[in-house]
Design a protein around this ligand. Structure first.
Ligand SMILES: NC(=O)c1ccc[n+]([C@@H]2O[C@H](COP(=O)([O-])OP(=O)(O)OC[C@H]3O[C@@H](n4cnc5c(N)ncnc54)[C@H](O)[C@@H]3O)[C@@H](O)[C@H]2O)c1
Length: 264
């Protein structure tokens, strides 16, 4: 897909990777870039920068996603590309005292934002896309959804679920010309990454959000399902599937090292 002339929505577009995506889509000639974010002030600032539109939207609420879709199509025409990009860190525990955590709250919040938001976008857009002969979903997930993230069970688990949903979305609607890409970087230099201590997610170097946005444009052009700004992730995935037990052992060593460092 070429984004030139397309109507694009980016959730979590007010900051970080989403902001860089908005800028890259605008520079590539998108007809309209819609920034949907809980951070209304920065959403408006990004919309002003890209000559777009801003919506205050909590992606955890189905009716708010439905509203963004409805209003975008009413004001600017059919959405060609919907980017579910909003995400939260939360629940990081380097000591991993108990992978199950102490309460449901971080699990439910991560589930709502990382999984159900993607489900809601599909629920309200797939019928429209089917009726007009196609469309495109880009879901920002993470390498944590393919591998894992030491110290972050809720993040890793919900990002895995997001990969599962994206696969099923692509399988269910290939026949309807609905395309899906998943964006799975390791460390990217954003507020989210800065809010947790440096860790294994940065082992191959943190990328800038602008570099990631460039990789997204290339991935969309090629219409590849898996967009990996850190190409090393493919090698780690292969190692994981080649010998799952050895991979778990390696990850447990990283966990032990982390406990040692944080326990000092
Ligand atoms: N930064 C990284 O290292 C990294 C790595 C892999 C994947 N990711 C993923 O990239 C995506 C973007 O993260 P980022 O690094 O740019 O972080 P960020 O904190 O800079 O931006 C996240 C944006 O999402 C918005 N947001 C959060 N909850 C929301 C909600 N309920 N409704 C609407 N908007 C909401 C925030 O207001 C913010 O603008 C996330 O899905 C994240 O999990 C980030």
């Amino acid at each position: 897909m070429q984004v030139t002339g397309k109507v694009v929505v980016v959730t979590g577009g007010a900051n970080g990777i989403g902001k860089a995506l908005c800028d890259a889509f605008h520079k590539a000639g998108a007809a309209k870039v819609v920034v949907a974010d809980m951070d209304a002030a920065n959403a408006r600032a990004v919309a002003a920068m890209v000559d777009g539109a801003a919506f205050r939207c909590d992606v955890a609420q189905e009716k708010e996603i439905a509203h963004v879709i409805e209003e975008t199509e009413r004001q600017f025409g059919p959405i060609d590309l919907f980017c579910s990009n909003a995400g939260i860190g939360g629940g990081f525990d380097p000591m991993s005292v108990n992978a199950g955590g102490a309460s449901d709250e971080p699990w439910q919040r991560s589930w709502a934002i990382h999984v159900m938001a993607h489900v809601y976008a599909a629920r309200h857009l797939v019928p429209r896309m089917k009726a007009r002969g196609g469309g495109y979903f880009l879901n920002t997930i993470s390498a944590a959804g393919l591998l894992s993230q030491v110290g972050s069970p809720a993040y890793s688990t919900t990002k895995h679920a997001a990969v599962g949903f994206a696969e099923n979305l692509a399988i269910s609607h290939k026949a309807h010309n609905i395309k899906v890409s998943i964006l799975c970087p390791q460390g990217v230099d954003t507020n989210m990454l800065r809010s947790i201590p440096k860790g294994p997610q940065s082992v191959d170097g943190d990328l800038t959000p602008e570099q990631v946005a460039k990789d997204v444009l290339a991935g969309l052009e090629q219409e590849t399902f898996l967009i990996l700004p850190h190409p090393q992730v493919l090698g780690y995935m292969r190692k994981k599937t080649e010998n799952y037990d050895r991979w778990i052992g390696g990850m447990a060593k990283i966990q032990a090292k982390m406990r040692e460092e944080f326990g000092k």
